[in-house]
Each structure stands twice: as C-alpha cells, then as structure tokens.
Design a protein. Structure first.
Length: 125
C-alpha cells in the first residue's frame, strides 16, 4: 500500500473523537447506574408493599377464622338452649360480643393498612 493511500486522521479530530467517546461512555455509565438505583428502589417499594399487603391479608384471615369460630360456638350454644329466654340472651350476648370484636378488628386493620402505606411511602423517600 502506497504512502499516499493511507488515511490520515488529524490529531485534533482524533482527540475530539476520543473525548466524545469517553463522554458518551460516562453518560451511559451514569444512565446505567441511575437505572440500577431506580430498579432497586422500585423493588424495595414493591417488597414493602407486598409485605404490608401480606400482613393485612393474614390479619383479615385471622379475624375471619375467629369470627367463624365464634359463629359456630354461638350455633352450638343455640341448639343446646333450654328455652326462648336463653335463646334471646345468647343472641344478645353474641351480637354484643361480635360488635366489640368487629370494632376492634376494623381498628387493627385500619392501623395495619395505614402502617403499610406509611412504610411504602417512606421507602420511596
């Protein structure tokens, strides 16, 4: 190959190209770093939300089980009642007890839901 056939890149152009490639690489590295950070934050928030939802669901299932156990106990007591007066007393006691239980359960579920929301919001910050 003859000397006149070689392609010569001026040193200024080579320096400019090298700088441009380095700047592009740095910008890409910054983008990838930000993407990894965003993904980690999202995963953390999703895990926090998932944990909060799991806690609320478990609590609701526990309450449902308790309420069903209470209903079966009430039904069991009803079939053993000796007279109408005892039936009415059992029913009044059951309703009072269930209203207290439901009030407490609603309070606990509200607190758990609120905590899960706060935890998820705190995780975003």
């Amino acid at each position: 190959m003859a000397a006149s056939d070689r392609f010569e890149v001026p040193p200024e152009l080579r320096t400019f190209a090298e700088r441009s490639v380095e700047q592009a690489r740095q910008a890409f590295d910054g983008f990838i770093s930000a993407a990894h950070h965003a993904m980690s934050a999202f995963e953390g928030q999703a895990e926090t939300a998932r944990k909060g939802a799991r806690d609320v669901t478990e609590k609701a299932m526990t309450f449902a089980e308790r309420n069903m156990t209470s209903a079966f106990a009430f039904a069991h007591d009803l079939v053993r009642a000796r007279d109408l007066q005892e039936v009415l007393r059992l029913q009044a006691d059951y309703i009072r007890h269930q209203m207290e239980a439901l009030t407490e359960q609603a309070r606990e579920l509200g607190e758990s839901t609120s905590k899960a929301g706060k935890d998820a919001a705190a995780r975003r910050d």
